[in-house]
Write a protein that binds this ligand. Structure first.
Ligand code: G6P
Ligand code: ZN
Length: 543
């Protein structure tokens, strides 16, 4: 089989964002578009020649086509071996796991995470490096630079490979192993968690519902929850990955996982409910009649970590993104652990995990994980909760309320103003930044400002500095308001306002956060002039 060199011309805008290159399927379908980006990866990462590449995606529309294209190009670029998930499937945390357990050179994840899929929706491609995590900016920038100069890509003329049969085959001298997408990941989970205790929990009549949202975690959840842990058949719903996710928006939150939320809040709810997103890295956790915020989830798991076999010796440290509530800080303080505050984005945890500074980390944006892989991991969080529930044998809501009783509750809400004019949003943030110096010492609505800054992060491992990561205003009663513009929005700008207050009084822990935070919510608008500048009387989304 001969290698073909195909002449091509650069496409503009092949710049990977926070999580790889994400575009509409129609963009990826343009002749040479995917090929240009993939060749740019091979050109930027010479170690792939003669190396091992892990390949798979969340099964969305175009996944299969892209896998075949990448396999042919990998062969032409001298990759020695590709490990590809059966059916072209691998969740994002599973790619990370397989790269690490098989000692691969890197991996390619095909996904647009929680964005809808289908011919008119989104597709994405991301390169992960040998630690299992997303390529650092240095590499993604080099890939982007390469896309702007590319003149030729390499491929082989070969028939489509059968991706549905497990086992090894060969493509133009390159070995291709079709692997079970679940096996390595499930084996890792079995090492981390007390499967015996969780099996006993299910055997005792404990009931859960896992909503895979027609996305990638279906096969993982069927095998692990129903197969290995003995949860009754039917525990996993929407468990078959569909190319268009059944027309649903595969994002596990109170809006998009609506049926699960309704079930958990209604009469006859099971003991435990959970969901994960399109590519399996996000999670949402619910108890009977009870929603756990991602910030609380991180804090409660950190406080209970030693109940889980892999973490029985204690945590090395914890980290949260800056806008995530400070609940985990209190746990860290009580346990004598370092707690790191990073900018928004999972990639900022990578160095801390690699250097052994932290074991658990999490974000308010439904991401939780540990040092077992280098991506956030939805099912890991679900299994961590199941392990804690299996040991404590208390209702989930009681566990969280008891946590609040000992640490106080970090009452928390996020208000999103979506699709606002970018110029208005930029001006709002600029004026806010300009007012920061004058804020400390001011008394606003009876609350005294103790500090106000624009968050700058200095990575303690490599010393790199990230500026302008969000404005924080802190008050003397342990409350704070954080403002930042979303880095993932697609239309105009999305202003996110994160509002939090520590409530020590257990009698007030049951209050609705919107009520408990009412005064701060008014103040948040006053400080930034949100309504007057945007004309929006209220946020579009409250979580
Ligand atoms: C993605 C990243 C997360 C990050 C989130 C922030 O999901 O994987 O690590 O927290 O984006 O999104 P935002 O829209 O707030 O910038
Ligand atoms: Zn995701």
């Amino acid at each position: 089989m001969s290698i073909q060199s195909v002449a091509t011309r650069p496409f503009s805008g092949q710049k990977p964002g926070t999580s790889g290159l994400r575009k509409k399927v129609s963009v990826f379908r343009q002749p040479h578009y995917l090929e240009n980006f993939v060749q740019s990866i091979f050109d930027t990462v010479p170690e792939l020649r003669g190396g091992t590449l892990v390949l798979g995606g969340d099964g969305r529309y175009y996944n299969r086509v892209a896998v075949q294209t990448i396999l042919r190009m990998a062969a032409a670029n001298g990759v020695a071996q590709v490990l590809v998930g059966q059916g072209g499937l691998l969740s994002t945390p599973a790619v990370s796991c397989v790269i690490r357990t098989r000692g691969a050179t890197g991996g390619i994840v095909l996904s647009a995470s929680h964005n809808p899929g289908g011919p008119d929706e989104d597709f994405g491609i991301k390169y992960n490096v040998s630690n299992g995590g997303p390529a650092p900016e240095k590499i993604t920038e080099a890939i982007h630079a390469r896309t702007e100069a590319i003149e030729v890509y390499r491929t082989v003329d070969a028939a489509e490979l059968d991706l549905d049969t497990l086992g090894s085959t060969e493509l133009a001298g390159m070995s291709v192993e079709v692997i079970d997408p679940v096996a390595d990941y499930a084996a890792l989970m079995e090492k981390l968690f007390d499967f015996g205790a969780i099996r006993a929990l299910f055997a005792s009549g404990f009931r859960m519902r896992f909503d895979a949202m027609n996305a990638i975690t279906g096969p993982y959840a069927h095998e692990i929850l129903e197969g290995r842990l003995g949860a009754p058949a039917g525990t996993v719903v929407r468990g078959t990955p569909l190319e268009d996710f059944g027309g649903a928006h595969p994002d596990p939150n109170l809006v998009h996982a609506h049926d699960l939320v309704e079930l958990m809040m209604g009469a006859g709810a099971p003991d435990f409910g959970a969901a994960s997103d399109g590519d399996g890295d996000r999670n949402m956790i619910l108890g009977r009649g009870f929603y756990v915020t991602p910030s609380d989830s991180l804090a409660v798991l950190a406080a209970n970590a030693t109940l889980i076999p892999a973490y029985a010796g204690g945590l090395k440290g914890v980290a949260r993104s800056m806008p995530t509530s400070m609940a985990v800080d209190r746990v860290a303080a009580a346990l004598g652990l370092n707690c790191y505050e990073t900018p928004t984005g999972w990639k900022f945890f990578g160095n801390l995990l690699d250097a052994g500074c932290i074991t658990f980390c999490g974000e308010e944006s439904f991401g939780t994980g540990s040092d077992h892989v280098r991506e956030k991991d939805g099912l890991w969080a679900v299994l961590a909760w199941l392990n804690v529930l299996a040991v404590r044998r208390e209702p989930l809501a009681d566990i969280v309320r008891a946590h609040w009783a000992s640490y106080g509750r970090n009452v928390y809400t996020r208000h999103d103003y979506e699709g606002i004019d970018s110029a208005v949003a930029d001006e709002l943030m600029a004026d806010l930044r300009a007012s920061l110096q004058s804020l400390p010492g001011c008394v606003l609505d009876g609350l005294s400002v103790t500090s106000a800054d624009d968050f700058t992060y200095t990575d303690p491992v490599d010393g790199s500095v990230s500026r302008k990561q969000g404005v924080r205003v802190a008050f003397s009663d342990d409350s704070r308001i954080v403002y930042r513009l979303s880095g993932t929005g697609t239309q105009g700008a999305t202003l996110r306002v994160y509002i939090e207050r520590h409530e020590a009084d257990a009698d007030k822990h049951g209050l609705d956060p919107q009520q408990a935070l009412a005064a701060l919510i008014v103040l948040a608008d006053r400080i930034a002039g949100i309504t007057s500048r945007t004309g929006r009387p209220a946020p579009d989304v409250i979580t």
